[in-house]
Design a protein around this ligand. Structure first.
Ligand code: HEM
Ligand SMILES: CC(C)=CCC/C(C)=C/CC/C(C)=C/COP(=O)(O)OP(=O)(O)O
Length: 311
């Protein structure tokens, strides 16, 4: 077990503000996760009552937040060491490990139960599996053991669009599976670009990120490799019934931009990157966020267009 739960807080419990509990849920990262879930739900065929859609997306958001709190509970010891994370509520002592654990478990149970009752138990089971995968498989098991941690663990971040789709339809289909594959293949370049410029942090915390275990060159190769593998997945999603010309145009432009940006990162070495303070690596990280947001944004536009034209 991580010693996160054993560590004493640096300041007295009870000093936490609402903002600290909010931060525990990793709201910024989860915003994009929740957006992909919303699009999964909106792109699904058939009518979903707006209230049911709202409750379903809320449950996925709360489930995501729960898994964030469980991650912060378990990882408090390594978060305390890294510059980027040491101000988080648990390592800084504003929220105790026990509180984070209790909040994580309560919100996880609550979100799964409500989704099951409101939508269906297949969606609820998938949400429970997603929370389990992030909190247990990624955080507790893989993160400290293998540089492939985020490749396998990325499945947790990839499943929400499928949870949204299943909440709406009660069944699986090819389109949401391709959405999952898109986020799954996107996660490695998203994260490794960041790892190239916050590298020292992971070394300090002794987390075996690829940058630490295999160095910059291998990481740069992997970033470009995954960016290229993303192209057929992105285009294949464009051939399913949920996509149309808006998506296809966005897909072509975004893939050209993303592969181009990853190519620029690939062809240089650490010395060149240090010389311009990792400008190209920062660009890939920022572009990764735009890439995913606009892919799902285009699918949402197609779904809204379909509803509008069908009305
Ligand atoms: C195992 C998978 C992933 C890892 C290891 C990872 C890691 C990270 C890290 C370390 C950051 C830095 C900033 C922070 O801590 O807030 C970050 C930022 C971010 N990630 Fe990921 N990420 C993963 C998957 C995802 C997924 C699936 C999404 C959404 C679909 C996502 C969306 C974001 C967003 C929106 C930010 C920017 C947050 C901000 O503006 O501060 N990430 N990610
Ligand atoms: C609906 C649901 C249950 C969603 C879970 C989705 C999920 C897995 C989201 C992204 C994961 C994420 C924030 C990884 C950060 O890695 P890290 O925790 O190693 O990063 P850190 O160093 O910033 O803590």
């Amino acid at each position: 077990m991580s010693d996160a739960s054993l560590s004493a807080p640096l300041s007295a419990p009870g000093e936490a503000q609402m903002g600290d509990y909010w931060e525990l849920l990793k709201p910024r990262v989860m915003s994009l996760v929740v957006f992909t879930a919303l699009v999964g739900l909106a792109a699904a065929p058939g009518e979903v009552h707006p209230f049911l859609a709202f409750v379903s997306v809320l449950c996925i958001a709360v489930g995501g937040g729960a898994s964030g709190a469980l991650n912060m509970w378990w990882d408090a010891d390594i978060d305390a060491v890294m510059k980027r994370t040491k101000g988080r509520p648990v390592p800084s002592g504003r929220v105790t490990g026990d509180e984070a654990l209790a909040i994580g478990l309560a919100l996880a149970g609550f979100s799964v139960m409500i989704l099951g009752l409101a939508a269906n138990w297949l969606a609820a089971g998938l949400l429970a599996f997603t929370i389990f995968f992030y909190a247990v498989v990624y955080t507790m098991w893989l993160k400290r053991r293998t540089p492939q941690n985020i490749v396998i663990g990325g499945l947790a971040g990839a499943l929400p669009p499928l949870v949204g789709w299943v909440a709406a339809t009660g069944s699986f289909a090819l389109a949401p599976v391709l959405m999952v594959l898109l986020v799954f293949m996107w996660t490695p370049p998203h994260f490794w670009a960041l790892a190239l410029f916050v590298r020292g942090d992971y070394g300090l915390a002794q987390v075996p990120m690829l940058t630490e275990t295999h160095g910059d060159r291998v990481t740069r190769n992997h970033i470009l490799g995954y960016a290229i593998l993303l192209v057929p997945v992105s285009l294949a999603l464009g051939l399913t019934p949920v996509a149309g010309p808006v998506y296809l145009a966005a897909s072509v432009v975004l893939n050209l931009l993303f592969v181009g940006a990853c190519w620029r990162v690939w062809r240089r070495d650490r010395a060149a990157a240090e010389a311009d303070r990792f400008a190209a690596e920062r660009r890939v990280f920022k572009l990764s966020l735009l890439y995913l947001f606009l892919h799902f944004g285009a699918l949402l536009a197609e779904a809204s267009l379909g509803t509008f034209l069908g009305a």
